[in-house]
Design a protein around this ligand. Structure first.
Ligand code: NAG
Ligand code: NAG
Ligand code: NAG
Length: 341
C-alpha cells in the first residue's frame, strides 16, 4: 500500500512538474527548405561534446522563461546563462527563416518578436552583453473581438507552431545574432507576471545591402512597467503596443506560412567571415586549384578566396578554391571554400 501511495504521489508530482515545465523552445530552423537542427534541450546539456549548431546554448532544460525582474540581467539576451552558438547558418538578405517551436500552450497569449544584432567579428565569440539589437518583426494583438484576443502566439500555433521572419533585404552582409522571442502575457496583469522566451541563432547574412541599423543592448530592450509588458489581456484592449524599441524602418512584414523541408543542412563551423570580407589572399600566392565538379558547384572560371562561396543552386561564380582551401557543401544553396584539413 505504501508503495502504491508513494508511486501515485510521485506520479502527481511528476505531472505537476511537467505542467510547470511545459512551455517550449525552438527545435530547428528552416531556410529555403533546408532544415537546420536547433539546440536540443533534452539531449545537448547532458553531452560533453554536443553538436555545433547555429542555436545558442542554454542549461534551461526546464523550458522556463525570463521574467521582467531580469530585464537588466544578461539572461534576457538569449535566455538563462546562454552561451554563444558555435556555428552559423548562411542566409541571404531578403530571405525568410522559419523558426520551429515545440507545441506552444494556447493559454500563453502574447507577442512574437524578432531582432538582429550585428557582430563586429564572429558571432561565435561575440560578447552578448555588447550586442545591439534592432527589431525586425513584432506581432502583438491581432484581434480583440473576443477577450483575451488573438495574438502573435495564436498565429504561431496556427502556423504549425512556427514563425516565418524575413531578413530585411536592405541590411549589410555580415554576421548577426537573430534574437527570436515569445512573450506570454497570461499573468501580465501583475508586476513581473510577463514571461519572456528568447531564443538566439547565429546567422551569416549575404547580399548587397548597405544598411547598418542602430540597436539597443539586450539588457535595455524592455522595462517591467511598459504598456506591452504590464497589461491585463483579460480586459478588452483598445490598443496594444508591442514592447521594446521601435521597428527598424527596413523591416518587412510578411504573411505567416510554413516552410516545407526538402533537405537537411549543417550549420557552418569555423570562421564566420563574410563572403565579401573574407581574408584576402595575396594574388601571388593564388595557384589554380582543381575545379569542384558537383552539379551545383559554380560554373565560371577563376578562383574563390578562403571563406568565399564556391557553389550552390543558381550560384554562377568561381568554383575553384584558393590554394590551401577546398569547396565544402553546407546545403544545396551554399558551398564555401574552407581551409583544407
Ligand atoms: C545559471 O547560473 C547561475 C549562476 O551561476 C546558477 O545559479 C543557475 O543555477 C544557472 N541556471 C541554470 C539553469 O543552470
Ligand atoms: C510542422 O512541424 C513539424 C515539427 O513539429 C514538422 O515535422 C513538419 O514538417 C511541419 N510541417 C510543415 C508543413 O511545415
Ligand atoms: C534559380 O533560378 C531560377 C531561374 O531564375 C529560379 O526560378 C529559382 O527560383 C532559383 N532558385 C533559387 C533557389 O534561387
Amino acid at each position: 500500500m505504501r508503495h502504491t501511495q508513494s508511486a501515485s504521489l510521485l506520479a502527481a508530482l511528476l505531472s505537476a512538474t511537467t505542467q510547470v515545465a511545459a512551455h517550449g523552445h525552438v527545435t530547428n530552423l528552416v531556410v529555403d527548405g533546408v532544415y537546420y537542427e536547433g539546440f536540443d534541450i533534452n539531449v545537448f546539456p547532458y553531452e560533453t561534446d554536443p553538436p555545433k549548431v547555429a542555436a545558442w546554448t542554454t542549461p534551461n532544460t526546464g523550458n522556463g522563461f525570463i521574467s521582467p525582474d531580469e530585464y537588466r540581467n544578461p539572461n534576457i539576451i538569449c535566455h538563462e546563462n546562454a552561451t554563444n552558438a558555435q556555428a552559423h547558418v548562411v542566409v541571404g538578405a531578403g530571405e525568410k527563416v522559419n523558426v520551429q517551436w515545440t507545441a506552444w500552450p494556447s493559454s500563453h497569449h502574447g507577442p512574437v518578436l524578432d531582432y538582429l544584432a550585428r557582430c563586429s567579428g564572429s558571432c561565435e565569440t561575440a560578447d552578448k552583453t555588447e550586442l545591439e539589437f534592432f527589431k525586425i518583426d513584432g506581432v502583438g494583438l491581432i484581434s480583440d473581438s473576443e477577450v483575451p484576443g488573438t495574438w502573435g502566439t495564436d498565429q504561431l500555433i496556427a502556423n504549425n507552431n512556427s514563425w516565418m521572419v524575413e531578413i530585411p533585404p536592405t541590411i549589410a552582409p555580415g554576421n548577426y545574432v537573430l534574437r527570436h522571442e515569445l512573450i506570454a502575457l497570461h499573468g501580465a496583469e501583475e508586476t513581473d507576471g510577463a514571461q519572456n522566451y528568447p531564443q538566439c541563432f547565429n546567422l551569416q547574412v549575404t547580399g548587397t545591402g548597405t544598411a547598418t541599423p542602430s540597436g539597443v543592448l539586450g539588457t535595455e530592450l524592455y522595462t517591467s512597467t511598459e504598456a506591452g509588458i504590464l497589461v491585463n489581456i483579460y480586459s478588452s484592449l483598445a490598443t496594444y503596443t508591442v514592447p521594446g524599441p521601435s521597428l527598424y524602418s527596413g523591416a518587412v512584414s510578411i504573411t505567416q506560412t510554413t516552410s516545407a523541408i526538402t533537405s537537411t543542412g549543417t550549420a557552418v563551423v569555423g570562421s564566420a567571415s563574410g563572403v565579401a570580407s573574407g581574408p584576402e589572399v595575396p594574388a601571388s600566392t593564388i595557384t589554380p586549384a582543381p575545379a569542384y565538379t558537383a552539379a551545383t558547384a559554380g560554373s565560371s572560371s577563376g578562383t574563390q578566396s578562403l571563406y568565399g562561396q564556391c557553389g550552390g543552386i543558381n550560384y554562377s561564380g568561381a568554383s575553384a578554391c584558393a590554394s590551401g582551401s577546398s569547396c565544402h557543401s553546407y546545403n544545396p544553396y551554399y558551398y564555401q571554400c574552407i581551409a583544407s584539413a
